[in-house]
Design a protein around this ligand. Sequence first.
Ligand code: 4AD
Ligand code: MG
Length: 463
Amino acid sequence: MKRTKIIDIFGGKAAVGTEVSVKGWVRTRRGNKHVQFVALNDGSTIKNLQIVFDMAQFDDEQLKPVTTGSAIHVTGILVESMGKGQSVEVQAKTLEIYGTADPEAYPLQKKGHTLEFLREKAHLRPRTNTFGAVLRVRSALAYAIHKFFQERGFFYLHTPLITASDCEGAGAMFQVTTLPLNDLPKTEDGAIDYSADFFGKQAALTVSGQLEGELGATALGAIYTFGPTFRAENSNTPRHLAEFWMIEPEVAFNDIADNMQLAEDFIKYCVKYALDNCRDDIEFLASMYDKELINRLESVLKDEFVRLTYTEGVEILEKSGKKFEFPVYWGADLSSEHERYLVEEHFKRPVILTDYPKEIKAFYMKQNEDGKTVRAMDVLFPQIGEIIGGSEREESYDKLLARIEELGIPMKDMWWYLDTRRFGTVPHSGFGLGFERLVLFVTGMTNIRDVIPFPRTPGNAEF
Ligand code: 4AD
Ligand code: MG
């Protein structure tokens, strides 16, 4: 008999009174010598299916290996449930055991575990309610992202993971090499001879697909990337990963106002998609971790995001009278306490901050007339701080070249990028959304290590 997923059982795809075949992992078993109840989960939904074993038809010995974490196959009749908490249950006829899970050894017994404990057990934590819910929401959001862009005529562009250019200029790149580390080839002046390396030059994992994204946008009109991104910044915070996923749309002919509207529409679409399609999981997460979660998600959909310049933002912060850990003044890079003050306390809704000082932003951003600021935009969110960073791009060859030279960026790495401004240059804009920060926001989790299956952070590459 064909297996029915538990989500389909609760979705009414199997009729009460018919025989079903279900497979999954045992969450709990309880009962007495007359009747035993097993809560079965197969990962398709947060909900467990109750399996009822009439012990007149089964041996005690048969049920002994059915412990928390074991994998079983049950056939039986789907019946309306007498107990509260579920609409239907299965009256077991046959039991097959795929794999046992020794109760002495299996770490996920039924008592609640801390998120810290579960990080040490990242190979098994997808089997918990919390991580099942987070991973299903994550998957749905990934689908929503493709759907949003595909419905709007954007093309999915695959940008390289191995690159020789540092897009953000932050020097936080992981080097990729096949050179023998204990016997490095040297040039005459004693430097490492990268011409002997695999790519014939120094290479690294990408920090952003944007530069190649611009090549795509100035050909296809509108593209998006969605892939892994690597940053060797040694920041051990609840919002930074060394390996994270980024979505980077890039659109020819868009100015910064268009870019802001795209960012706002995009995030709202994703949040709404999750609310409409992951209700059970989000309700579970709200009940466990954050009673305000659903309100917060709904209010983001309702409110128009504030648009504010950096200069205005700094004025508000200076006048706030609030003592911040890091000082705030014009020219300072804002930290998440400043961003969250604007969003959570001052405006009480998401804020898009624009026109930052050029010194604290990347070389490619469009320079404003004032000579001091660039047409950057950061989208700031409640609980998260910066969720999106983007800008209108400098389309003038001369201005871009001047900035590259001013910052001392090696030209040998940048000639191909400058060619976009030499041949048919156009105004264009784009941004990057940190996927895990979106998942954090939607799930109400508070540590970024808990919204990616296998987090990579300084000192941690287990699993
Ligand atoms: O602000 P960032 O550095 O911008 C860029 O990389 C641009 N090239 C994007 C573009 O315009 N196409 O990064 C974009 C977003 C941030 O707003 C944040 O959400 C996320 O990526 N992010 C991180 N997420 C997790 N861990 C990290 N270490 C992150 N660094 C950035
Ligand atoms: Mg940024």
